[in-house]
Design a protein around this ligand. Structure first.
Ligand code: ATP
Length: 380
């Protein structure tokens, strides 16, 4: 798991009702000959944010990005950038730049010329162009590669040149479509950090499309999870991970255990769910505002499930099963535990050397238990 780089945004503008969004998308839809690619999306993004659009292939992420860039016109709704309605403005008339998945470097131009290209269309003196190209290449640590041709660069280096070319025009908003897709896993993880560092340094608002949930979680201030053209949830990586608002989002981000059950109590501070599948009463420390007797799902992340060969004191949120499989991942192990109902529950445990207790192994009967505040009720 990649460690999340620390974002330097202390103030969280999305929590401040007085903060003015830099980008505001209001009820935007896009219909391609009867196929709705983007469906009534409303979203605000604030200056300096690194916002990711996340979702499976075909859910409308790229179409939404292209509408922001002015490469596609919405069928409905409005797009505002810095308070100005840009819905019908062409791409060249927006303070926006887009970096494409393919990087689209010109093969016959060297690195410097590739980066300078965008500036040459504007009326800028040669000395200023040289200065800005140098600055942009320094920013992405490619200042010594200026004379190389694109085919003499590695994938990661091409990616950095494409980024320099996007930033040299000093856009207020940079749109990135799967910017790391062409890189192998290791380089991709390293580049994630670089991209976040560069974004913080230049203070440009970034909106990135990705279908890689780990990447979105690692890099973003906030992210939006899309499904069939709709925005299912918008939140910080932590909110989306800890409090998914639906079954769909819970499944999309990381792995999660879900138990079906019937609501027995719903109070302001807790909900109690009877679950045959879990083999115990499930106590969740938030209310759900649903009628008694409704069927719901209670979800708990595998790393929040504790596993032990001796019984815990708690009766609720506590069940028993047999270890059927153990996945060893180096620093952690994932235990697959089968309950009496046949349900398989995943529990992730760090591989610490525990002298007091013999390690849990295959076919052991174990107790699984968790804290009420670590579980949530999923409504849809
Ligand atoms: P991916 O991760 O695969 O790039 P995505 O989430 O970015 O997918 P989009 O490219 O926005 O998805 O496409 C959303 C839907 O709209 C898809 O069903 C796609 O086939 C359709 N679509 C996109 N562009 C067009 C177009 N120009 N004409 C017709 N349909 C289109």
């Amino acid at each position: 798991m990649v460690k999340k780089p620390k974002k330097r945004i202390d103030l969280q503008p999305w929590q401040d009702p007085k903060a003015k969004p830099y980008i505001h998308i209001e009820g935007v839809s896009k219909d391609f000959d009867g196929h709705v690619a983007v469906d009534s999306v409303t979203l605000s993004v604030f200056q300096g944010e690194f916002f990711s659009l996340l979702g499976p292939s075909g859910c409308g992420k790229t179409t939404l990005l292209r509408m922001l860039a002015g490469l596609e016109m919405p069928s409905q709704g409005k797009i505002y950038i810095d308070g100005v309605d840009v819905t019908r403005r062409p791409a060249y008339d927006r303070p926006v730049n887009m970096m494409f998945q393919s990087y689209a470097l010109f093969p016959h131009m060297n690195v410097e010329k590739n980066v300078a290209f965008g500036l040459k269309q504007e009326r800028i003196s040669r000395s200023e162009i040289n200065e800005r190209v140098k600055d942009a290449l320094r920013l992405v640590q490619m200042e010594t590669y200026g004379k190389r041709a694109p085919h003499q660069l590695s994938g990661g280096q091409k990616q950095r040149v494409a980024l320099a070319r996007s930033l040299v025009k000093r856009p207020k908003l940079l749109l990135l479509d799967e910017p790391l897709a062409a890189l192998d896993k290791r380089l991709r993880e390293q580049t994630q950090f670089e991209l976040v560092t560069i974004q913080e340094k230049v203070g440009v608002t970034f909106i990135m499309v990705t279908h890689d949930q780990e990447e979105a979680m690692t890099m973003s201030t906030r992210l939006g999870v899309m499904d069939h053209g709709r925005m299912r949830q918008i939140g910080t990586p932590n909110e989306i991970y800890e409090y998914p608002n639906s079954d769909y989002v819970a499944d999309f981000i990381g792995s999660i255990n879900k138990f079906e059950g019937r609501v027995a109590e719903d109070e302001t501070d807790h909900i109690l769910v009877e679950s045959e599948e879990a083999g115990c009463e499930l106590y969740v420390s938030h209310s759900a505002d649903v009628p008694i007797g409704s069927q719901v799902k209670v979800a708990i992340r595998p790393e929040k499930v504790m596993i032990s060969t001796s019984p815990p004191e708690q009766k609720r949120n506590s069940t028993r099963g047999i270890v059927k499989d153990i996945g060893y991942l180096g620093d952690v192990s994932i235990y697959h535990v089968e309950l009496a109902s046949g349900k398989i529950v995943l529990a992730t445990q760090p591989n610490l050397v525990r002298l007091a207790e013999r390690p849990v192994t295959w076919d052991d009967e174990v107790y699984l238990y968790w804290r009420a505040e670590n579980s949530i009720v999923l409504m849809t």
